[in-house]
Design a protein around this ligand. Structure first.
Ligand code: M6R
Length: 605
């Protein structure tokens, strides 16, 4: 939700900013802009549309600069236009912002009384005006006074006309990571913009001001105390943040799943048992838990649906799955025996973070399953299980989903074992199977040849349905969101048995139905449901397990998973669904990695 970057050092700042914005573009791509110090002041270049447009414009300017800030926007306040594009200037202040200033209207009215009017429709420009109104000559003091007046989420990088070579930054809610290298000091919304320069970084603590100069970053709290940030390290490199020969990041990330699964599963197996001691989690966390709530958004929430199924089945402890944006406004029943699990790839999703905070406030124990190291959700949870998928750049989540499943399976096995619901032998049996999932997923990757022609036939479809029961229903939800977000085809996921309670009226000649039937215990029921849609003219694409006996007349296309026990079938079916979405979007000529209206990380409500 907007990508921001600031650099000051001894190399060409424009290049650092533009490369950084390219890397951050997945966070928002409505418009982009940079501001930088020149010998005569601050210069700004803006362009509506993708960062490529900004690069083209910037090439025409030959100013030499070593210090600047850049922004790629996902519009919240004010339409997509050059005037609303960041950076924003007012008086001596030039600023970029990620987040939302909730009280910007009130502040705008106050400023109007002093005769100050913004030129854009953005809340961000109002923030620049407020900072400027406190600015005499001391940036830190102006920022401190201004943020007291701001309500909402923000990460700001700010330059002051009379402080060339310096960038100031502060955040509340929205992420900022930074590092100093031989080339200079760099700060950005996320590590993908920093990785070219360093694998070591720190997360700017909330409500602290960072002052970046070419040689150092100085951090002070709001009482002027200097602090040393905790350094973190990532174990991936530039190659992970590049397309590496794939047409789209999404396809690359689909192919990275075996490795991501291996990296997530292997370090948590000791003597054949699930083991979280290296994560600092011992069994006392699980002992007294009599209820689990999973809160997450989108794909992460769908991973939670599979997790619920597994935990309840194995441990007989009730689990509910909440959409985080709903959970935060409910009055959830929580006590100290409740475990709230939040799942998030980015670890910055505003609703999931708010759900976590509410759970803590109410006294729950909290565990998060997060991909991005040092992110807000990871830092604020009592316990964190990192998924080791590496950076996920495509807006459509793929590898993050399957590693979230793996983490949920590990939790389900350990929890059921601790609760005495499965024996050590049974737990080891499950773990053996889980260890095979990277290989299983590897095999699945070659099903693209079968899927592509099926997707080509979905090209002109206006609407379609995913159906399934149990684990397959949870997967249907994921299949549907994936297809919708990148191919713009309307689809719905339905519990197969529920279809005839209304939705079946939409099934007419040639309406595609993607039917997941990988679960033996409900297979016969699924066959009946498929017959119901088939007899109303549906074009059926069926996904089954290896041993399933399927009457050829029942479907138009049959995709069979390699042999695997039902419990682990979701790992294979997920690949089929990801491919269906991917190839359909490609066939429709769409930008798979940057679907319209979306952004990778949703750091606003
Ligand atoms: O970073 P998070 O996992 O918290 O993000 C949650 C959702 O925004 C995300 O999964 C979204 O639904 C994906 N674009 C789906 O592919």
């Amino acid at each position: 939700m907007c990508g921001i970057i600031g650099f000051t050092g001894n190399i060409n700042a424009k290049e650092v900013l533009l490369q950084g914005l390219k890397a951050l573009e997945y966070r928002g791509y409505d418009s982009a802009g940079i501001s930088f110090f020149t010998g005569t002041g601050i210069k700004t270049i803006k362009a509506v549309g993708k960062v490529a447009g900004l690069v083209e414009k910037t090439v025409m300017s030959d100013d030499d600069t070593k210090c600047g800030i850049g922004h790629t926007r996902w519009a919240t306040h004010g339409g997509v236009s050059e005037v609303n594009c960041h950076p924003h200037h007012f008086g001596k202040v030039t600023l970029i912002h990620n987040g939302i200033i909730e009280n910007y209207k009130e502040l705008q009215e106050e400023l109007a009384l002093e005769g100050k009017e913004p030129v854009s429709q953005t809340d961000s420009e109002i923030a620049a005006m407020v900072i400027d109104s406190y600015y005499k000559s001391d940036p830190v003091s102006a920022i401190k006074k201004a943020v007291k007046k701001l309500r909402g989420a923000y990460a700001f990088c700010i330059m002051f006309t009379d402080h060339p070579g310096s960038i100031y930054a502060i955040r509340n809610g929205s992420p900022l990571v930074a590092t100093t290298t031989g080339a200079g000091s760099i700060i950005a919304s996320d590590m993908v913009a920093l990785i070219k320069y360093s694998k070591d970084y720190f997360v700017l603590p909330e409500h602290h001001i960072a002052h970046l100069t070419a040689s150092s970053i100085n951090i002070t709290d709001l009482d002027h105390n200097e602090i040393e940030p905790d350094m973190l390290h990532v174990n991936w490199d530039m190659a992970a943040a590049r397309k590496g020969g794939y047409e789209y990041f999404m396809l690359k990330e689909i192919h990275e799943q075996p490795e991501a699964l291996r990296n997530t599963i292997s370090p948590r197996i000791k003597d054949g048992m699930p083991d979280f001691s290296a994560d600092g989690i011992d069994d006392s966390l699980f002992k007294d838990i009599n209820r689990i709530i999973i809160a997450a958004c989108g794909t992460a929430m769908h991973a939670g649906l599979i997790g619920k199924n597994m935990i309840e089945k194995l441990s007989r402890v009730p689990v509910s799955v909440d959409i985080a944006s709903e959970f935060r406004y409910q009055d959830p029943v929580i006590d100290e025996n409740t475990l709230v699990i939040t799942i998030s790839q980015s670890g910055e999703t505003a609703d999931t973070l708010a759900a976590l905070r509410l759970a803590k406030e109410r006294g729950a124990k909290t565990l998060s399953i997060v991909n991005v190291k040092g992110s807000s959700i990871a830092r604020e949870s009592d316990y964190v299980l990192y998924t080791h998928a590496g950076p996920e750049i495509a807006v459509a989540s793929t590898k993050a989903y399957t590693v979230q499943l793996a983490a949920m399976y590990l939790v389900a096995f350990r929890f059921a074992y601790i609760k005495g619901k499965i024996t050590e032998d049974k737990t080891k049996e499950f773990i053996k199977e889980l260890e095979k999932t990277p290989g299983f997923v590897e095999k699945m990757l070659s099903c693209d040849k079968a899927i592509e022609p099926i997707s080509n036939k979905l090209l002109k479809t206006e609407s379609l349905f995913f159906i399934g029961r149990g684990l397959d229903y949870a997967l249907s939800c994921e299949g549907s969101i994936k297809l919708k977000e990148i191919s713009y085809i309307h689809s719905e996921a339905y519990a197969a048995g529920e279809l005839k309670h209304g939705t079946i009226s939409l099934i007419t000649d040639n309406v595609p139905v993607i039917a997941l039937a990988t679960q033996e215990d409900v297979f016969a029921k699924m066959i009946s449901n498929i017959r119901e849609v088939r007899s109303r003219g549906a074009r059926v694409i069926m996904i089954t397990g290896a041993d399933a006996q399927v009457d050829a007349a029942l479907c138009d296309h049959l995709i069979t998973l390699p042999p695997v026990s039902d419990v682990f079938a979701p790992f294979g079916a997920a690949i089929v669904l990801q491919y269906i979405a991917y190839y359909t979007a490609v066939a429709r000529g769409l930008n798979v990695d940057q679907p319209r209206n979306l952004a990778k990380s949703v750091t606003v409500e």
